[in-house]
Each structure stands twice: as structure tokens, then as C-alpha cells.
Design a protein around this ligand. Structure first.
Ligand code: FAD
Length: 464
């Protein structure tokens, strides 16, 4: 605070994890300062510090719920700003192994916002909090600590632009939300703390994204067409309606098999997908921009919960803790859930204990999606990793769930609730559900080679 009284939290990084953290910190600290090297306030489009903003960032159903809990009414604000919506199980055309799963509404609200649009609304609501201040165009240089190095009590920053000087922003609590490239592990080591264990999985993922204006509607009432990559054809896509009356396409391949960025090559790639729907649709679409690529070589998890020594006054959140395979769309949801976990630790009235926070974050928020997606990633033969009996059993069951979901809407809805992180993975282990999956997946699929027929005879999804 300017007069030196009161409490202050500083959040390093003003992207989604930083904004969510600032939202909960604003309830517990007199002042919250969000530091980012980018210009943030009033920015509408993609920005330099968030290159993934040029690609689809789908918000899982649990993420929508958590966002709404943090900012009541924000979902309706997004819809009022032209963001399309629907039910993630009832209005999305999902294909697994080239087969369409049954569409059945499951109460899973889809917010089909582009990433810049989503961030704009979350930032606007965060900036409206009276005790949140944005320190934009500030490079974060390092942590400031007490002399004994046991407590972080500030952040060293450098204001960008002419005449910028290094300064320290003092803080009672510092939260690192600087994303994958976080330098906190290095800074901690230089202060004499142990190295945080990092876990990575090589997936060699390549994304290409392009926006379109459609001349003909291929959706027939659906919101999105999503053929998911499978071991038989490790290429997938999301072709979704989004804000501004546009359609956003992100297509991807793994282990070095990446979509091309030239227009003709991209169309040829789309033709190679498991279903023809997207290729057919782009024949009647006007590209609005050039295809842009993103490479994502490995997933990354930092196991802060295992550290036996960690300074007081410092927490870490979002991608700085865990970067998931983006294909499963978990990062933003985990960032929002991480903020809810942080809030539980702030409500004790005392300064948060980093060890307890990291343990809760790992157990309640990160472990379930991390295990779930590792299981799926390891079903691709080229992905390195240990295929334990547990992993192989989970993969076999998942295959059955996907097959049963092509025949039974309630299985499809339950699967989507699990994948959307609304239900814990245990929900799919309930005896009644397991039995239903086994019965419904009895026998072979009509076609599992990725050449499924186009879905033209689907029963329309019920409204509401
Ligand atoms: C290609 C791709 C696609 C994705 N798709 C999805 C998806 O579909 N669904 C989903 O939920 N998630 C998705 N994600 C993940 C999602 O984007 C992140 O989980 C989400 O943005 C939260 O990240 P974050 O805020 O922790 O970090 P980031 O978004 O990386 O933000 C870090 C911020 O810190 C700032 N910063 C970093 N270092 C400094 C410094 N030294 N000084 C000042 N500022 C600094 C940056 O400018 C930036 O604003 C995707 C990610 C990628 C890469």
C-alpha cells in the first residue's frame, strides 16, 4: 500500500491463471498487484505473451462452473458478446475411433469463446475489483527475499520502455503464474532450495489453426465437429463456431506428424481426417486469416508438493505447475480450480502454508486429469512411457466406454462429464456404469478404421 500499511499480494503473470489467482486474493489482501510484460487492459486480440491465444482454447464444463463461481454472471456476459453456446455432450459432434458417439444433453455448458474473447471478459471482471492493480509492461526479473532467504517478500521488476529502472514490489504473498517458462525453479535453486522434480512426456504435438466464414452451414444445429485422434489415425481436429460469427479450426497431429500451414496442404490434411465433415465444410468457407502453427513437444509437471523445503510467502499456479497436453483442453480449467484451492488456504485467516497448498493442488486438482490424459497419451504406440497393468486396464476400459458411447447416450453423457472434469474419474468405476459399458460394448464396432459414415440421420438433440 502506498502508505505502507495493509497487506499486498503480487501475482507474477496476468494471463488466465494470474487473473483467477488475483480474483481470490482480492478477497484476502488489501491490494493485489498483477505484473505482466504485456499490455493487458483493454487488449482485444491475441497477445505476445500468450501465443496459444491464436489457437482454440476450449473451456471444459468444470472450468465454466469454476469461472462462474469466481465471477457470477460472466457466462451470460460472454453469450451477450456473441459467444455461441450449447451442450458439450448434446450439441457437439464427437468422433472417437472415427465413430460418432451418441448426442445426449448432460448439463455441460459449452462456452465456445475464442481465447482472446474469454481472457478479455475474465480480465475485465478482475480489473473491476477495486483493490486489483495491473502493473503492465513490467518484466519480472526475480524474487526478493528476507536476508535469511526463508521468506519471499517481493518481486524484482523492470518497467519496459524508455527510462525503465529495476524496482522491488514488496508483498506479503507472491504467486507465480508466469506459465510454462516460469523461472521460479531456477530462482529457488539459486537461493539454496532443492531442485523441483519435473516430469515430462514427449508427445511431439503440432497444432495448426485457421478461422473461416461459412457460406453453407455444415453443423445442422450442432456447435462443433470434433474428430478425436486415435492410435489408428493420430490426427484430430476441432471445428467450432465461435465469437464474431466465425468458425475456428484447430487441427493437430502427434509425434512429428504435423499439419502443414500452406492452404492446399492444409486442405489435403483435412481430407485425411477420420471423417469427411470438416473437409466438406471448408469447401464452402472463406478463410479469414493464414493458417498458424504451434509446436508442443512435451507435457510438463513440476512436483512442488514433493519439496521438503520451500520459502514462505510464495505459491505457484497454472501452467507454471503443470502443462497438460492441450488436446484435452484442461489447462484453463485446472487454473480456475487451482484458484479455488488457493482460496481455501486463504480463508484460514493466516498466511497460506505452501506445502499444504501444493499437496491439495496436486491431489485434488492436478492428479485426476494428469493420470487420465497420461493413460490416453500412452495408448499411442510411439509415446514413450511405462504401460503398467493399471494403465493397460484403464486403456482397455476406455476403449469400451468409447464404443458403448456410440450406442448409448447415457454412456456418452457420463463419458463427457468425466472428460469435462465435472465428475471425478471414480464415477466411471461405479458398478452400474461398468456393467452398462460392458453390455453396450459387447461385440465389434461396425467400423473402427476411421471411415465412419457422415452423420446425417442423427436424432436431433433435445433442447435445453
Ligand atoms: C497450443 C495450446 C493450446 C491450448 N489449448 C487449451 C484448451 O483448449 N483448453 C485449455 O483449457 N487450455 C488450453 N491450453 C492451456 C492454456 O492456454 C493455459 O493453461 C492457460 O493459459 C493458463 O496458463 P497460465 O496463465 O498459467 O500461463 P500463460 O497463459 O502461459 O501466461 C503466462 C503469463 O505470464 C507472463 N510472463 C511470463 N514470464 C514473464 C516475465 N518474466 N515477466 C513478465 N511477465 C511474464 C506472460 O506474458 C503471460 O501473460 C493450451 C495451451 C497451448 C500451448
Amino acid at each position: 500500500m502506498e502508505d505502507g500499511t495493509g497487506t499486498r499480494a503480487v501475482v507474477m503473470g496476468g494471463s488466465l491463471a494470474g487473473l483467477f489467482a488475483a480474483r481470490v486474493l482480492a478477497d484476502a489482501y488489501d491490494e493485489v498487484v498483477l505484473v505482466d510484460r504485456d499490455e493487458l487492459v483493454g487488449v482485444e486480440g491475441p497477445r505476445r505473451g500468450c501465443p496459444q491465444g491464436r489457437h482454440i482454447n476450449g473451456l471444459l464444463a468444470r472450468g465454466q462452473q469454476a469461472m462462474e463461481e469466481l465471477y457470477p454472471g460472466i457466462t451470460e456476459e460472454l453469450f451477450a458478446d456473441g459467444v455461441p453456446t450449447g451442450d458439450l455432450a448434446g450439441n457437439v459432434r464427437w468422433y472417437f475411433n472415427g465413430q460418432p458417439i451418441k448426442q445426449q444433453h448432460a448439463g455441460l455448458v459449452c462456452v465456445a469463446a475464442s481465447r482472446p474473447m474469454l481472457e478479455k471478459h475474465i480480465r475485465r471482471r478482475t480489473a473491476a475489483l477495486p483493490n486489483v492493480v495491473f502493473a503492465e509492461r513490467h518484466d519480472i526479473l526475480g524474487l526478493h527475499t528476507t536476508v535469511d532467504g526463508r521468506r519471499v517478500d517481493g518481486v524484482r521488476v523492470h518497467r519496459l520502455g524508455e527510462g525503465g529502472v529495476e524496482e522491488v514490489i514488496r508483498a506479503d504473498l507472491v504467486v507465480d503464474a508466469t506459465g510454462r517458462g516460469s523461472r521460479v525453479p531456477i530462482w529457488l535453486e539459486s537461493l539454496g532450495y532443492p531442485q523441483v522434480r519435473e516430469e515430462r512426456k514427449k508427445i511431439g504435438l503440432g497444432y495448426v489453426t485457421q478461422h473461416y466464414r461459412l457460406r453453407e452451414d455444415p453443423y445442422h444445429g450442432d456447435l462443433s465437429i470434433n474428430p478425436v485422434a486415435s492410435p489408428a489415425l493420430p490426427r484430430g481436429a476441432i471445428f467450432t463456431k465461435t465469437d464474431g460469427g466465425r468458425v475456428e479450426l484447430t487441427t493437430y497431429g502427434i509425434l512429428g506428424d504435423h499439419p502443414p500451414t500452406d492452404q492446399a496442404g492444409l486442405y489435403a490434411w483435412l481430407k485425411s481426417l477420420a471423417v469427411p465433415d470438416i473437409y466438406d465444410a471448408v469447401q464452402h468457407a472463406e478463410p479469414l486469416d493464414e493458417p498458424v502453427a504451434f509446436r508442443f513437444p512435451t507435457t510438463l509437471r513440476r512436483h512442488y508438493e514433493e519439496m521438503d523445503r520451500f520459502p514462505d510467502g510464495l505459491l505457484v499456479t497454472g501452467d507454471a505447475v503443470c502443462c497438460f497436453n492441450p488436446v484435452y483442453a484442461q489447462g484453463m480449467t485446472v487454473a480456475a480450480l487451482g484458484a479455488l484451492t488457493m482460496r481455501q488456504h486463504l480463508h484460514t485467516g493466516a498466511a497460506p502454508q505452501p506445502g499444504q497448498y501444493f499437496r491439495d493442488l496436486a491431489r485434488d486438482v492436478i492428479d485426476p486429469p494428469w493420470e487420465m490424459t497420461n493413460t490416453v497419451d500412452l495408448s499411442f504406440p510411439g509415446v514413450e512411457g511405462k504401460r503398467t497393468l493399471k494403465v493397460r486396464m484403464a486403456q482397455a476400459f476406455l476403449k469400451r466406454v468409447q464404443l458403448a458411447a456410440t450406442r448409448d447416450g447415457s454412456v456418452a453423457a457420463a463419458y463427457m462429464r468425466g472428460a469435462g472434469l465435472v465428475d471425478r474419474p471414480e464415477a466411471m468405476m461405479r458398478p452400474g456404469f461398468v456393467l452398462r459399458v460392458l453390455v453396450k460394448s459387447f461385440g465389434r464396432a461396425a467400423a473402427t478404421n476411421g471411415t465412419a459414415p457422415k452423420v446425417t440421420d442423427r436424432t436431433p438433440a433435445p433442447a435445453g
